[in-house]
Design a protein around this ligand. Structure first.
Ligand code: FES
Length: 295
């Protein structure tokens, strides 16, 4: 385990550090890639599985179902009450694990490097947990003690997987709106470029990168950093009056910032524009500009 300034990192940090660098996790990722890649070819599959339709990432909503069912089953198992209800909860968790895994796989397909390695470990632990819970459900009628034991093993695996899922989000920023910490000018500021009709261009205003185009003669401006994973919208085409992310193909309405196609689920910050003499000025005036984040 590497030391920092002669000090050993906390055990949990050492474990996540090791997974982030692990060649074995890379091999797992290669295997999972072959299993999950067909999701990319399902029409509208990415938009459905990533939560574009809801306007909220889907995976964190779904994970509560199997975790909730399995946690309740553990409480019943540990208190020795209502074995039939405990078995039903174990089975319900196994059933809900399938859509949860599909939504997670869809998100994972757009990760790279360390986050990809942590994601593949998270997924593998969850598959193991689901298999062990499935076995627990099967054996409970004939061998209840073994079923309870398997359930507790499943709880341990699911807890480890959940911890890595939290690490992916809170420490690595997978699944969060990448514009959450982006401020942008809220008073009229010169854009500095004259957008061309039909093409996306990059502008930089007060240190904020903006994607710019012109629709029906009027400029349309939004944050350049894609809310999904940070792709540069100014480097993609403008299709059907939408900026198109060159990384995973999300489309954002150039006038409103609304997501027209996933995998992104959060709209883009958009900027008001007006033309003064030969210059174009912009400011961020939408409701979300009121979010004041010290970072
Ligand atoms: S970064 Fe993934 S769609 Fe833009």
């Amino acid at each position: 385990v590497a030391t920092r300034g002669g000090e050993r990192p906390p055990t949990v940090t050492a474990i996540t550090d090791a997974i982030e660098r692990s060649p074995s996790a890379d091999k797992l990722a290669g295997l999972l890639q072959r299993v999950a890649a067909p999701l990319k070819r399902v029409p509208n599959g990415r938009s459905l599985l990533s939560g574009t339709v809801l306007g909220h990432p889907l995976h964190p909503l779904l994970v509560t179902a199997p975790i909730g069912a399995w946690t309740c089953a553990s409480v019943l198992d540990l208190t020795g009450r209502q074995p039939a209800a405990a078995r039903s909860l174990v089975g319900a968790g196994v059933l809900m694990a399938l859509p949860t895994a599909l939504s997670g796989a869809s998100d994972w397909l757009d990760t790279e490097g360390a986050e990809r390695r942590v994601g593949s470990t998270h997924a593998t632990l969850n598959v193991l947990a689901t298999a062990v819970y499935g076995a627990s459900w099967l054996v409970r009628p004939r061998r209840p003690a073994l079923g309870v034991g398997l359930g507790l093993v499943g709880a341990g695996l699911a807890s480890a997987a959940g911890w890595l899922g939290g690490h992916l989000t809170y420490a690595m920023g997978v699944g969060v709106d990448t514009n959450a910490f982006e401020a942008g000018p809220t008073t009229w500021s010169d854009l500095g470029v004259v957008p061309e009709s039909g093409a996306a261009r990059l502008a930089e205003v007060n240190g904020t990168r903006l994607a710019v185009t012109r629709l029906d003669g009027r400029p349309a401006v939004m944050a350049d950093r894609c809310s999904h994973r940070g792709g540069p919208l100014s480097e993609g085409p403008v299709i059907d009056e939408c900026f198109t992310c060159p990384w995973h193909g999300s489309r954002f309405d150039a006038r409103t910032g609304a997501v027209r196609r996933g995998p992104a689920s959060v709209p883009q910050p958009v900027y008001e524009t007006h033309e003064v003499a030969d210059a174009i000025q912009v400011r961020r005036e939408e409701v979300r500009a009121l979010r004041t984040n010290a970072v």
